[in-house]
Design a protein around this ligand. Structure first.
Ligand code: VOV
Length: 249
């Protein structure tokens, strides 16, 4: 049996995608719409306090295309907090106008493919902890998709020796590093938590960078031979102060 790799796991993650029930929204009275917008604003204000205290992070984007209208990405230390957030959104006045579109549950993940430097466990390093409990960048664009490592015929990631996998991921990281400052990634592990093995969440200032990095990575062996991909969701940042304008009808 080949050796698995130890993972370092950080905050739990929920990608919560909602469609706005525009018909009901348009039929609602102005007072009701205001109440709904205020309820969402109050929730975001509360979540921002949690983020400022370093106990979690979140970001909200408008989905482009018909797969959903909104994508919330929530990070919290526990799964309970994630379900509390989801429930309080459902119970809010705004929740009356939100229909579930999609969701994804995972946990921020880094792996220990690289040998420990000077015998120091990387998990104890402050820079590792910062990556396991990241404050999500409030960059203009988000791209989220799930993926698997292939497990069929000759192409089986799970029968490769650890050093072979480590080498391929090192090559992958070299491609990734070329996009420093242009693409910021959060990899979340979802084996045992959701339908795919990893969630890939990318942030960029310029959406074309998503196409460029994903295309270039398609040629890395780790993706060309061992990558399987799910549905893609892309979106544009929805800052809290822009919500009333976005919902104006
Ligand atoms: C934006 C740049 C970027 C950079 C710098 C980067 C670096 C790294 C490093 C150093 C490592 C390995 C160690 C660790 O930290 O876990 C990883 C790991 C991983 N990656 Fe990555 N990745 C990037 C970006 C990046 C992208 C765009 C994708 C999607 C791939 C594609 O084809 O669509 C991806 C996927 C992953 C996955 C699924 C894993 C876990 C695989 C596993 O089997 O364990 N990743 N990644």
């Amino acid at each position: 049996m080949v050796e698995a790799v130890e993972t370092m796991d950080g905050w739990y993650s929920l990608h919560d995608l909602r469609t706005i029930d525009w018909s009901s929204w348009k039929l609602a009275s102005e007072a009701e719409r205001k109440e709904a917008i205020d309820s969402l604003d109050q929730l975001i204000a509360k979540w921002e306090t949690v983020e400022e205290a370093g106990n979690g992070s979140q970001v909200l984007h408008k989905v482009v295309g018909q797969k959903a209208d909104l994508i919330f990405m929530f990070l919290r230390p526990t799964m309970e907090e994630l379900s509390d957030m989801e429930t309080e959104l459902n119970k809010s006045k705004m929740g009356e106008f939100l229909l579930p579109a999609h969701s994804y549950v995972s946990v921020v993940e880094l792996s220990k493919y690289r040998p420990a430097k000077d015998g120091v466990d990387p998990e104890t390093l402050p820079e590792t902890q910062k990556r396991l409990k990241p404050i999500l960048p409030k960059w203009e664009h988000i791209c989220f998709y799930p993926m698997d490592r292939r497990r069929s015929g000759e192409e089986n990631w799970y029968t490769l020796e650890k050093d072979v996998r480590a080498k391929m991921l090192y090559e992958h990281s070299k491609t990734g590093r070329k996009y420093a400052g242009k693409v910021s990634q959060v990899i979340t592990g979802s084996i045992g938590l959701d339908d795919w093995e990893w969630g890939v969440t990318l942030f960029a200032h310029e959406p074309l960078q998503f196409k460029k990095i994903v295309y270039e990575m398609r040629f890395d062996e780790v993706s060309s031979r061992y990558g399987e991909f799910g549905e893609f969701f892309v979106g544009n940042l929805l800052p809290r102060e822009d919500i009333p304008k976005y919902l104006e009808v």
